[in-house]
Ligand binder design. Structure first.
Ligand SMILES: *Cc1c(COP(=O)(O)O)cnc(C)c1O
Length: 443
């Protein structure tokens, strides 16, 4: 580097680190992160991409905008309520507060009155049993997959898991229930066909080698036409006759029936029909944190809880706290979105359409996340040009629209009403960047 090389003017690391605003960022960011920001910006100056004089302001700005988590909040304008790629259920205010409380030392496994160790997550368990009184007991594990893993490991052992061929489900991202079950050492005993399974199919498969009967709710697809299946109550009599446990994996997790989703099964009804244990996820229709809930007969739940695997799959204190608050607190956002008042939804969508100058169109929302497949949730959307989608996703706040039929659709069902203003601002700013004149949408 020659004497006149402008790169000599690049501020040195120690000087940048001593800058007051960089020093104060140490309250939020680790040393390594700050140093790597500084190094990256110096490198850009060395390569000539940045003028040496711009290094310091660039470092100050980069440090100020950098958070310790790389996860970015997203406004979900897809109309899909339980969006797996967006972290499924957004938590209620009560659940968020509970998370913060649980972030410190908490009595998750301690009885403060006696000063002795207590049952872990007793509060979450009690909330579940209050919300679903048919269940004798409940156990919370890491997620639905973990709950199924635990149930088949403990109840089937190396025996057979008897399941209908119509229920060999892939949930998403290549997660296949049959593969999970076989990974436990249990063997699958498939009965019936893809579209039709009868009671006698189950009957002829049951024997000495049977570990458990498993019924899985096909949560993300529907088989229509010439179909038949066997209900839980019929399987109950078979299970009794052969003294084998009956496990029902419902997936989505309504604790009680919901009139908006008449075909979606619920835990209470499944237990009343005779399931020994029912499995549901915490972060689908229940609207809580990631968790796997096992509800059912006390003796079966106790067996599951005693197994060493239960310790490896247990829910953490944050999930337990948020789950209890989801159930005991106000209706969570998932429930609010599912029951959104159509008139209010239309008013809000009209206001957005007007604010950004693009047309309102009819649009169906979805439950998503492997629940109520094919059930439309009628509503509306604002239709923008398709190329607005990328700009919305990469804007601040990030907005995820639905891209469909050559258009970018904004559905307000899953947007909290107090975010409508921020959403309108984000859309205006994205449209500015497309160079699309406001109002170009016409009607
Ligand atoms: C979603 C789902 C699972 C998996 O639950 P996770 O909480 O995602 O692990 C298992 N079974 C069914 C039927 C499901 O719908």
């Amino acid at each position: 580097m020659g004497k006149d090389d402008p790169r000599r003017l690049i501020p040195r690391t120690d000087r940048l680190l001593a800058h007051a605003e960089v020093r104060s960022a140490r309250a939020r960011l680790g040393d390594d992160v700050i140093r790597s920001i500084v190094r990256g910006i110096q490198d850009r100056a060395r390569s000539g991409e940045l003028a040496p004089g711009d290094v310091e302001p660039e470092v100050v700005a980069a440090v100020a905008s950098r958070a310790a988590t790389s996860l970015r909040p997203v406004l979900n304008a897809t109309g899909v309520i339980v969006h797996t790629n967006l972290g499924r259920a957004p938590l209620s205010e009560s659940a968020r507060k509970a998370l913060l409380t649980a972030a410190g030392y908490v009595d998750v496994e301690m009885d403060l009155a006696s000063g002795t160790r207590a049952r872990r997550g007793a509060g979450a368990r009690e909330a579940l049993l209050r919300a679903c009184p048919v269940a004798e007991d409940a156990l919370v594990v890491n997620n639905g997959a973990a709950a199924l893993l635990l149930a088949t490991t403990v109840l089937a052992g190396t025996g057979e898991v008897v399941i209908s061929r119509g229920e060999l489900v892939e949930i998403g991202a290549g997660f296949r229930l049959p593969e999970l079950i076989e990974s436990t050492g249990a063997r699958l005993r498939e009965v019936g066909t893809t579209n039709r399974t009868h009671l006698h199919d189950y009957e002829s498969a049951l024997g000495e080698q049977t570990g458990c009967l498993l019924k899985v709710h096909p949560s993300n697809f529907r088989v229509t036409g010439f179909t038949s299946g066997v209900g839980i109550s019929q399987l109950r009599s078979l299970a009794d006759g052969h003294r084998v446990p009956l496990v029902v994996d419902l997936g989505s997790g309504l604790l009680a029936p919901d009139p908006v989703l008449p075909d979606e099964p619920d835990v209470a009804s499944a237990l009343e029909s005779g399931a020994d244990v029912v499995i549901v996820s915490g972060d689908k229709l229940l609207g809580g944190p990631q968790a796997g809930l096992l509800l059912g007969r006390a003796e079966v739940i106790a067996r599951l809880a005693r197994h060493p695997l239960a310790r490896a799959l247990r829910a953490d204190k944050l999930a337990l706290a948020a789950l209890e608050a989801t159930i005991a607190g106000e209706a969570p956002p998932v429930t609010a979105a599912l029951h959104a008042d159509p008139a209010r939804l239309r008013e809000r969508t009209e206001a957005l359409a007007e604010a950004v100058g693009f047309p309102l169109v009819e649009h169906d929302g979805r439950v998503g996340g492997g629940g109520a497949p094919g059930v439309p949730l009628p509503g509306w959307a604002v239709r923008l040009p398709e190329d607005a989608a990328r700009l919305l996703r990469t804007g601040d706040p990030a907005v995820l629209p639905r891209v469909h039929g050559g258009a970018c659709l904004l559905d307000l069902r899953c947007i909290p009403e107090d975010e409508d203003g921020r959403l309108a601002d984000a859309v205006r700013s994205a449209l500015m960047r497309t160079g699309e004149p406001l109002g170009a949408g016409g009607a």
